[in-house]
Write a protein that binds this ligand. Structure first.
Ligand code: USQ
Length: 382
């Protein structure tokens, strides 16, 4: 297949590009380095600082023997994106080209505006460019479990059958996100659903939970092939942050009561999910929504797990709840369905002691580079 990866330099985009390339697909990665620029501007330098796409793709060719094409440009620039799609003629397009951080989107007017503009315009441009130049292409869009929020009823896989006054109708499951970033993903879903209805696009919208990990079958082959790995309060996700905190001898920062429950997955499972979805495309005029995670944990459970594995490695891990900088439910009901990807063939990696130990050992190699100033929350919702 010809597969286009938008956001192909990011934490998920680059490992996805390598996976498809290793499997013999023709891959093009597109990025404007927005994530790297925002990390620099917000003093959130990652633990790993891999080379830019020209060098990364050269290294990949030397190690893996395959070529990944790349284009540097902004998906909010319609002329650029539509030319890429017209020239490359993708059969599948994975859309990761969004500002992915809740805290960043809540840190001020400019950051909120950038998130709103970047995320909605990139999705809007993609829809138009596919309609004009590649109407059969399958759009694989990264959404988030955060679109649903934390409702007091079970979370279904994208849709809810509603009965009202003796009649029934299937609707998008109600969405109520808890950051502006997550809200832009709700709006993306709405845009996609509208254009699926009017133009018959093929779309899979993946409601993904927080991802953890560093190594994949490809990224472990050379340091230059590692993904960008953040542990700061703005771009780092909770498990990756706890791993670094454990290694840096900083108490694990559980926000508030720590009962916040989410669905988590290993980076390698993100890659599996994207592969399975690409191999089994949505039909014409279908918006397929899948909940992309493998197991649910509270923040307290995650902290206890990292502590147990860290202590076994001799790290002496402590846990120190901090005032929650976010406005979110800290104790709530959470039961999200996630059978669609399992039915497609997903074979999950679970967050076992062994896996946590492997990740801690990987992070230990970078211990000297950890900047402790980046650990405590700097952004408050209110
Ligand atoms: N949390 C802590 N301590 C920390 C960091 C986070 O207790 O040091 C808590 C948060 O308050 C939250 C939970 O852990 O309740 C998850 O936070 P997170 O920063 O790992 O994840 P989140 O902000 O929700 O966003 C991340 C990604 C985003 C993706 C989302 C999936 O940045 O791109 O969409 O995970 S989900 O969480 O399911 O919406």
């Amino acid at each position: 297949m010809r597969i286009l990866i938008l956001g192909g330099d990011g934490y998920l985009g680059w490992p996805t590009a390598m996976q498809f390339s290793a499997e013999g697909h023709e891959v093009m990665a597109v990025d404007n380095y927005l994530r790297r620029r925002l990390c620099l501007e917000s003093d959130s330098m990652p633990l790993t600082n891999p080379p830019l796409l020209p060098e990364r793709t050269r290294r990949w060719q030397a190690v893996g023997g395959q070529k990944i094409e790349y284009r540097i440009g902004d998906c909010c620039d319609y002329r650029f994106l539509s030319e890429v799609i017209k020239d490359f003629g993708p059969e599948a397009i994975v859309h990761y080209a969004e500002q992915p951080s809740g805290p960043y989107s809540m840190s001020g007017y400019e950051q909120a505006r950038l998130t709103f503009h970047n995320n909605l315009t990139s999705t809007f441009n993609l829809i138009w460019a596919v309609h004009e130049h590649a109407p059969e292409a399958h759009i694989i869009k990264l959404g988030t479990m955060g679109e649903y929020g934390t409702p007091n009823i079970d979370i279904e896989e994208g849709w809810l059958e509603v009965e009202h006054k003796g009649r029934s109708q299937r609707f998008l499951y109600p969405r109520q996100a808890s950051s502006l970033y997550h809200t832009t993903k709700v709006q993306d879903t709405d845009l996609l659903w509208f254009y699926v209805r009017v133009w018959g696009l093929r779309v899979t919208d993946l409601m993904q939970g927080p991802v953890y990990g560093l190594y994949t079958a490809q990224s472990s082959q050379h340091e230059d092939l590692l993904p960008i790995f953040n542990y700061d309060d703005i771009f780092g996700t909770v498990v990756n942050r706890f791993l670094v905190q454990a290694v840096a001898d900083v108490p694990l920062t559980v926000y508030g009561k720590g009962g916040q429950t989410r669905g988590y997955l290993d980076l390698r499972d993100t890659l599996q999910c994207i592969r399975l979805v690409a191999q089994n495309p949505a039909g014409r005029g279908e918006l397929r929504i899948l909940n992309q995670f493998v197991e649910q944990f509270t923040v307290n459970q995650l902290a206890e797990k990292v502590k147990k594995a860290g202590d076994a490695l001799g790290l002496k891990v402590t846990i120190q709840p901090v005032e929650n900088p976010r406005i979110e439910a800290e104790q709530h009901y959470y039961n999200a369905q996630h059978t669609g990807l399992l039915e497609l063939g997903l074979e999950p990696h679970y967050l076992t002691d062994e896996i946590i130990t492997e990740m801690l050992e990987a992070v230990l190699k970078y211990r000297q580079g950890i900047d402790r100033r980046l650990i405590m929350p700097r952004v408050r919702w209110s």
